[in-house]
Design a protein around this ligand. Structure first.
Ligand code: PLP
Length: 448
C-alpha cells in the first residue's frame, strides 16, 4: 500500500509529495491514526533528500492532516473529517482586544430587525403545514431581483444549509468536485465529510482560472463551486470577460455550477453571474447573513428545476420549510425603502473600510489580491509568526490554512475589515503598521 502511494507521487517536490499524501488520506488509502514510515525511509523510497520529506511533512501538519507525536513518529490525524476547519475558526476567541478574524458584518450597519418584526402583519404568518415553502410575496421579490430568469427557487436556512442540501441531494461518495482555491472553509469540511474529492481551481484577478476549470472537468468534476463577488477570503470578483470565457468552456459539459453569493444580491460592485449565459446549469445561492443579519439564517437557492426540486422534495421529509415568520421579516427588509437604503449604505461603507486598509497596507509594501467585500487576504512570510505578532498586540486574525484543500504553498492570514474605523486616521495607520509588521514576522523569506 505504501508502495502504491510512492508510485502515485509524480512531482517529487515537497509540495508534490504533500499533495500525493493528502490525496491518499482523502481517498482512505492512508487511514486516521496510521503511522507514516520514518523520514529517511520515505526519502530513500522516493529518491529525494530527507529535507524535502521534512518540508512535505510540515506542510501536511500545518494543514492538520498529520501529526508528529515525539519519538512515536508521525501519523495521520484522527478525526480528519467533521467541521475541523470551521472549529479552528471558533477556537480560542477569548483574550483579544480586537477580533478581525470573524468574517462577520458590522452589527451596527445591519438593518433594524426589531423594526422589521414590528411591521410584519399578523395575517402574513402562517399556521399550517400545507402552505408553499416560500412566502409567495418573498418569492416574487427574489425572482425579480435574481440576475437571470430562474426556473426554480426556494428558501433555506442560510448558504451553508443550501450547500449541505445540495451536496446531500446531488453528490455521492467519491464524486469529484471543483472548488475555488482558497475557499470558504466550512464548504471544504462539508465536501470532505460527504466523501467527495475536491479539486482546487485557482481564482485570479478575474475569477476562476479557465485552464484549471477545464482540467477539473476533464478529471471528472461534477460540480464547480465558486463565489462570483467579493470572494471570501481573497476579496476578488468575477469579471464580465471571464464569465464569457467560462461559459464557453462549460457550455459543452453537463456539470453544474454553484455560485455562492454572500452579498445578498447587493454587492457594492456590478453583480456578475454566469446564470444569464448558462441558465440551465447555474445554481445561485444567495445568503442574507452578511447583508441583513446572520441570525435570520436565510438564503435562497435558484436554478434549474432538476437541481432545486429534489432539494425541496427531500426537505418535506425533514425541516419542510424555513420559518415563514422569519421569511416575512426578510421580505420586510427587502422591500422597506429605509432598510434597503441601510443595506446599500452598509455595502458602500464596507467598500470604504476595505479599500482604506488595503491602501494603507499597499503603502507599507503589502499587496492584497482583491478589495471587494469585507475581507483582506494578506500574504505573510510565516502564518504562525504573523498571528502571534498580532496576538501580542491583542489583535486576532484568521489563519490562512483552513481555506485550502491541502497544504498551501504560500502563507496568508485573513483580516475582516467590516468593523474598522476608516475615519480614524491614526488608528488605521497603527493597524496597518501592525499588520505590515506581522506580514514580515518570522523566518523572512521575502514576500511570496
Ligand atoms: C462564501 C460564503 N459562503 C457561505 C457562507 C455561509 O453563509 P450563511 O450564514 O448564509 O450560512 C459564508 C459566510 O461567511 C461565506 O462567506
Amino acid at each position: 500500500m505504501w508502495q502504491a502511494l510512492v508510485e502515485a507521487v509524480e512531482d517529487r517536490s515537497a509540495k508534490g509529495i504533500a499533495l500525493a499524501l493528502s490525496a491518499g488520506i482523502d481517498r482512505g488509502v492512508l487511514r486516521p491514526g496510521e503511522r507514516l514510515p520514518p523520514i529517511r525511509r520515505v526519502a530513500r523510497d522516493l529518491q529525494v533528500a530527507p529535507a524535502t520529506i521534512s518540508a512535505a511533512w510540515s506542510q501536511l501538519a500545518r494543514a492538520g492532516l498529520i501529526e508528529t507525536d515525539g519519538r512515536r513518529g508521525t501519523r495521520v490525524r484522527e478525526a480528519s473529517v467533521g467541521p475541523r476547519r470551521y472549529r479552528r475558526a471558533l477556537d480560542s476567541r477569548a483574550g483579544y482586544r480586537v477580533d478581525l478574524s470573524t468574517g462577520l458584518p458590522d452589527p451596527r450597519l445591519l438593518p433594524d430587525l426589531h423594526a422589521a418584526m414590528r411591521r410584519v402583519r399578523r395575517d402574513e404568518t402562517q399556521h399550517s403545514y400545507l402552505e408553499e415553502p416560500v412566502v409567495p410575496a418573498l418569492r416574487e421579490v427574489l425572482e425579480a431581483s435574481w440576475p437571470h430568469p430562474v426556473e426554480a427557487l426556494t428558501v433555506v436556512d442560510g448558504a451553508m444549509d443550501a450547500h449541505s442540501q445540495f451536496v446531500a441531494a446531488h453528490l455521492r461518495f467519491g464524486d469529484r468536485v471543483a472548488v475555488e482555491q482558497p475557499c470558504f472553509p466550512p464548504l471544504l469540511d462539508l465536501l470532505e465529510m460527504a466523501g467527495t474529492v475536491p479539486i482546487g481551481v485557482r481564482y485570479d484577478a478575474e475569477g476562476p482560472v479557465v485552464a484549471d476549470v477545464v482540467s477539473a472537468l476533464d478529471a471528472g468534476a461534477k460540480v464547480l463551486f465558486f463565489q462570483p463577488w467579493g470572494q471570501n477570503p481573497s476579496g476578488r470578483s468575477l469579471s464580465l470577460a471571464r464569465a464569457g470565457e467560462l461559459a464557453t468552456v462549460l457550455a459543452g459539459r453537463d456539470s453544474v455550477i454553484v455560485e455562492d453569493d454572500s452579498a445578498g444580491g447587493a454587492p457594492s460592485g456590478p453583480q456578475i453571474s454566469l446564470g444569464a449565459l448558462l441558465p440551465d446549469r447555474i445554481v445561485l445561492v444567495r445568503s442574507f447573513s452578511k447583508t441583513h443579519g446572520p441570525d435570520l439564517r436565510l438564503a435562497a437557492i435558484g436554478g434549474p428545476a432538476s437541481v432545486v426540486a429534489p432539494i425541496v422534495e427531500r426537505r418535506y421529509l425533514g425541516q419542510g420549510w424555513s420559518s415563514r415568520l422569519v421569511q416575512s421579516i426578510l421580505l420586510e427588509l427587502l422591500t422597506d425603502p429605509h432598510s434597503r437604503e441601510q443595506v446599500t449604505r452598509a455595502q458602500a461603507t464596507y467598500a470604504v473600510r476595505t479599500a482604506a486598509l488595503a491602501s494603507a497596507l499597499a503603502d507599507r509594501g503589502v499587496c492584497v489580491p482583491g478589495r471587494d467585500g469585507i475581507n483582506l487576504w494578506v500574504p505573510v512570510a510565516d502564518q504562525g509568526a504573523a498571528l502571534l505578532h498580532l496576538a501580542a498586540a491583542g489583535v486576532r486574525a484568521a489563519s490562512g490554512d483552513p481555506f485550502w484543500i491541502s497544504a498551501p504553498d504560500s502563507d496568508h492570514i485573513r483580516i475582516t475589515t467590516s468593523s474598522i474605523d476608516a475615519d480614524d486616521e491614526p488608528g488605521l495607520a497603527a493597524l496597518a503598521d501592525l499588520v505590515a509588521d506581522a506580514a514580515r514576522a518570522g523566518t523572512w523569506a521575502g514576500h511570496r
